[in-house]
Design a protein around this ligand. Structure first.
Ligand code: ADP
Length: 638
């Protein structure tokens, strides 16, 4: 039997905990790295989106900053020519050279008209000591007329021949930009012309454009702002010196400066910062602080800076949603990867199983091939053995034949005395009868002579039968052949007639004339042996009986030769079929009878066995294959 060993280890062999635990732990620990991965992805996307957004915002802010800086510059530059223009006005220089009331009035009227046309806040003329000689607002109650402005920086610059530029709040509390120019007469500065312009339209424009911007002066004070709350706040902390200087110049009148409240400040480039300012407006206290990208650019012709504030709220919102999207995408990717990995594992397991199956198959095929080779080899061996056995059988059969022949010759030898006696008797009778017949013929007693001749004939016939049966017994025969049981039994009993006459016995015949697959002579020989043995066994008793009983059984015929002799002692039983085993005294037994008979029966496909009936005696059972009856016989039987 081929025992297949499974390529898979028996799962029952492992303790269940060992197989389940790592998987369970992996399952339990899995959410942690996924959450960490989601956070990392989300934060990275948020950071990247913010950086990219800031860069894009900075680029568009740059353009806007440039645009609005130009607008501020052009607003200022449209009025720069105005003070120098007054140098050409003769009434002005006349007033400065020789002050008189009519001249002042003329200049006042002129300045008033000019101021209206140019859209400036005020235009006024100062003498070299800084006193206002004439002004466009001479009619107003808070007119500058007669005011001493020598402390103003723009005057001090202009009197030295430099262009005076100044942003400040005047005594009326009105903020404005001052442009001053030293008026020359024959190369000497005889006075200063000042134009005060308003810059708040810029603030209105920013407001309309929803732009958050402011302009800070050289000290970092916001002078223009889209958000009024930021106006006049300091962008940087002011030094005590600056504060003192501002207070001295009354540039911003008596204003006390507060710093712009910054919640966070981060410089990201030379002129770019990230600022977080508290919310301004109506709900300033409730609202969240606002972060801005602050881009600053210096303004030409001034020491001022324009700062553009771009709110980062939208950008941050977009960055948060990008971050969340990235986190979700990461989680999705992680789940996809896990699913893919699981699938890969399943496929790998299946492949491994298939491979193992294939291996087992190959192993099985290899074993089958091996076993087949073994079987073929043992088959060859068997064939060789069969050949040898056949040869041995052949040799044995030959030996058996020789033995049979020897046995027959031995029987003939044994019987030679009785045969001689058998033949001598009729020979003696023949001699007497023939002599008598001659005498009867001479006497002419023809009847007696012919009856003698008839007796002679019978005697010759009997002698012929004896010699014929002896010849048939001595003749070699082969295994195949057919025999008639009735005929064989008659022949055997006939052959033994002399013995039967000497030792009379009662014979009970109950057998049919079966057609048996054995040579006729061999069957006769077996029967002679069995009957002789029975006669010999019953020799010493007076009541001698012999039963010859037979019946067909399937394709065999069983014939029993039973006697009521003394039976066979147990010590003898085991040696019965051994050649040359005999209990018969002297020359009587050769010990070949049963051996030969059993061999002949076996050679014909039957067997010979012995039974020891409880009633006594011995029963030999001859079992021989039956031949189907010829059609002629079967019709006769019917
Ligand atoms: P043999 O007749 O030459 O002795 P056999 O082989 O025929 O050789 O018989 C062997 C022995 O078996 C006999 O010597 C005898 O002791 C015993 N035997 C055979 N047949 C009978 C029988 N019918 N009753 C008792 N003994 C028997």
């Amino acid at each position: 039997m081929i025992v297949l060993q499974s390529p898979f280890p028996n799962p029952r062999a492992l303790p269940p905990l060992l197989t389940v635990k790592p998987r369970l732990i992996r399952r339990l620990l899995l959410p942690l790295p996924i959450i960490l991965l989601m956070l990392a992805c989300g934060y990275s996307a948020y950071y990247l989106s913010t950086q990219i957004g800031i860069r894009a915002l900075a680029e568009s802010g740059e353009r806007q900053l440039e645009l609005h800086a130009r607008a501020v510059e052009s607003e200022i530059s449209t009025h720069t020519y105005l003070p120098s223009l007054l140098e050409l006005e003769s009434s002005v220089s006349r007033l400065l050279l020789d002050l008189s009331e009519p001249r002042r009035e003329r200049v006042n009227t002129y300045l008033e008209g000019l101021n209206k046309r140019s859209g400036s806040l005020a235009i006024f003329i100062l003498d070299t000591s800084g006193r206002v000689l004439a002004t466009s607002n001479w009619r107003d109650a808070d007119s500058f007329q007669g005011e001493d402005l020598a402390y103003r920086a723009y005057f001090q610059d202009a009197i030295q021949g430099k262009p005076g530029r100044f942003y400040g709040i005047d005594s009326t509390g009105e903020a404005g930009y001052y442009l001053a120019h030293g008026l020359r007469h024959r190369g000497t500065i005889i006075g200063v012309a000042v134009v005060k312009i308003r810059l708040d339209p810029l603030e209105k424009r920013w407001e309309r454009a929803r732009l958050e911007a402011y302009v800070s002066d050289e000290n970092g004070i916001i002078i223009l702002s889209s958000d009024p709350a930021r106006r006049l706040k300091a962008v940087h902390p002011l030094s005590a010196e600056t504060k003192a200087q501002l207070a001295g110049s009354l540039q911003y009148h008596w204003t006390t400066f507060k710093e712009l409240q910054l919640l966070a400040r981060q410089r990201i480039a030379a002129d770019t910062e990230l600022l977080t300012l508290p919310a301004s407006g109506e709900n300033a206290s409730a609202a969240q602080p606002i972060s801005y990208l602050a881009q600053t650019r210096p303004l030409n012709d001034t020491l001022w800076h324009l700062t553009l504030l771009s709110p980062l709220q939208d950008l941050r919102r977009a960055a948060i949603s990008h971050g969340m999207l990235a986190a979700v995408a990461c989680a999705l990717l992680a789940f996809l990867l896990i699913a893919w990995n699981e699938r890969r594992k399943v496929i790998a397991t299946r492949l491994a199983a298939r491979e193992a199956l294939q291996q087992a198959n190959n192993e099985l095929e290899r074993k089958i091939a091996e076993r087949t080779a073994d079987l073929r080899a043992s088959n060859e061996r068997l064939k060789a053995q069969i050949r040898e056995r056949r040869q041995a059988e052949e040799t044995l059969r030959k030996a058996q034949d020789d033995l049979v022949q020897a046995g027959k010759l031995a029987v003939i030898g044994q019987m030679s005395t009785s045969i001689a006696h058998e033949l001598n008797q009729p020979l003696a009778a023949l001699r007497t009868l023939s002599g008598n017949t001659v005498r009867f013929l001479q006497r002419g007693a023809l009847d007696t002579a012919s009856s003698n001749l008839a007796t002679i004939n019978e005697l010759v016939d009997r002698m012929g039968r004896i010699t014929a049966s002896l010849r048939a017994f001595a003749r070699r025969a082969d295994d195949s052949g057919e025999a008639r049981l009735g005929k064989a039994m008659d022949a055997a009993l006939f052959l033994l007639q002399p013995r039967l006459e000497r030792t009379p016995l009662r014979i009970h015949r109950t057998y049919g004339d079966a057609r048996l697959a054995i040579d006729q002579t061999r069957l006769e020989q077996i029967l002679v042996n069995l009957v002789v043995n029975a006669i010999d066994a019953m020799h010493g008793q007076s009541d001698r009986q012999l039963w010859l009983e037979g019946h067909a059984e399937d394709d065999h015929y069983r014939l029993q030769v039973r006697d009521n002799g003394p039976g066979i002692p147990p010590s003898v039983r085991v040696h019965l079929f051994e050649p040359f085993f005999t209990t018969k005294p002297g020359e009587q037994g050769l010990g070949l009878g049963l051996t030969l008979s059993a061999s002949l029966a076996a050679a014909a496909g039957g067997n010979l066995s012995v039974q020891h009936p409880e009633s006594g005696g011995t029963a030999f059972e001859l079992n021989l294959p039956l031949l189907p009856q010829s059609p002629a016989e079967s019709s006769r039987d019917e």
